[in-house]
Design a protein around this ligand. Structure first.
Ligand SMILES: [Zn+2]
Ligand SMILES: [Zn+2]
Length: 345
């Protein structure tokens, strides 16, 4: 089988290796589709401090079970499955307090340990979830990013009383907009610097859009909210200074919640007055927990607007194009999905 290995920053190779056999408690999965995430790009460029090399990237993986090891109870050969990339110990403070995605010993497939840009993969059964056969592979690869939206909106306790502000309308921004709408949020306001991206965000749930290049964010928020401000804000733009921008007066109201989605190490210009003057909650959100099955179910039920969420499909045999786009990004490529043999029909 073929396996894609990033050997060091900006270097990768396609290796021919034997198909792995499932050990006790493992299932063997033939990969069908894999999403390309911003974090894969950071790994390739050597910008992810948690990444080791050599590494098989990829954490947005779906496939068909081709063999099961002894002792497997729930997963059967032929099942369509999604793979959970957050390996946790189950015993630490976080794992025993419902926060296993930030387990003290967390190991992340596709960055801390090998991921799924390969044709076959053996994974422990508890980290494999069955998904409905009716979901196309193209859509199934997006279950992972959708779990991110489900998790961060759960962390932010988004509900029908909420007026949500989302900075950044890339894949995660539009997914957060959808997740907020599914939770019944009253109003979703998307903010970006690209008119075409803002226009696109409307099909994913944006009720109002603000172009921060040409409009004053606080003034527009005041107009839309009758001067009350937004109750929740997500920073999915994640550029240096973006969190400071979201926390400026006039965007989030008193008692509001703010969720930064990025992992930047550049300090922000945030004062205690900006937090305590409004008694804001700053809520962290990393990966997801307990979202795989509900998200796959909602997808099978047609709850998500999938059309156009992935913009680009690349065959695994043409994975060079994925790396080429990381080095020379095309602005029209928002989300790429790698398709393996047999995934296109
Ligand atoms: Zn991802
Ligand atoms: Zn743990």
């Amino acid at each position: 089988m073929k396996s894609c290995v990033v050997t060091s920053p900006l270097h990768y190779e396609i290796r021919e290796v034997p198909i792995p056999e499932p050990k006790e408690g493992q299932v063997q999965i033939k990969m069908m589709a894999a999403g390309v995430c911003g974090s894969d790009m950071h790994i390739y460029k050597g910008e992810n401090p948690n990444s080791r090399y050599p590494l098989i990237p990829g954490h947005e993986n779906v496939g068909i079970v081709t063999k099961v090891g002894s002792g497997c109870k729930n997963i059967k050969v032929g099942d369509h499955v999604v793979i959970d990339y957050v390996i946790r110990c189950g015993e630490c403070y976080q794992c025993t307090h419902g926060r296993g995605n930030v387990c003290e010993h967390v190991l992340v497939r596709g960055s801390g340990t090998d991921g799924g840009w390969r044709e076959y993969w053996c994974v422990e059964e508890p980290y494999v979830y069955k998904i409905d056969d009716s979901i196309s592979w193209k859509d199934a690869a997006l279950i992972e990013p959708l779990t991110i939206g489900e998790h961060c909106t759960a962390r932010a306790r988004v509900c029908e009383d909420d007026v949500v502000f989302i900075l950044g309308t890339g894949t995660i921004g539009t997914i957060i907009a959808q997740a907020c709408k599914l939770r019944g949020a009253r109003t979703v306001i998307c903010c970006d610097i690209s008119d075409s991206s803002l226009e696109r965000s409307k099909q994913f749930g944006a009720d109002y859009t603000i172009n921060s290049k040409t409009q004053d964010i606080a003034a527009e928020v005041a107009k839309i909210t009758d001067g009350h401000g937004c109750t929740v804000a997500f920073d999915s733009a994640c550029f240096p200074g973006s969190l400071t921008m979201v926390m400026q007066p006039g965007i989030v109201c008193n008692a509001g919640r703010v969720v930064p989605m990025g992992f930047s190490t550049v300090p922000e210009q945030i004062t205690t007055q900006m937090i305590n003057g409004r008694e804001l909650e700053i809520i962290g959100s990393r990966m997801s927990l307990n979202q795989w099955e509900p998200t796959a179910r909602k997808m099978a039920e047609g709850k998500y607007h999938m059309e156009g969420l992935a913009t680009t499909f690349v065959k695994f045999s043409e994975i060079d194009k994925v790396f080429e786009n990381i080095v020379h990004p095309d602005p029209a490529v928002k989300k790429t999905v790698i398709l393996f043999d047999g995934a296109e029909d």
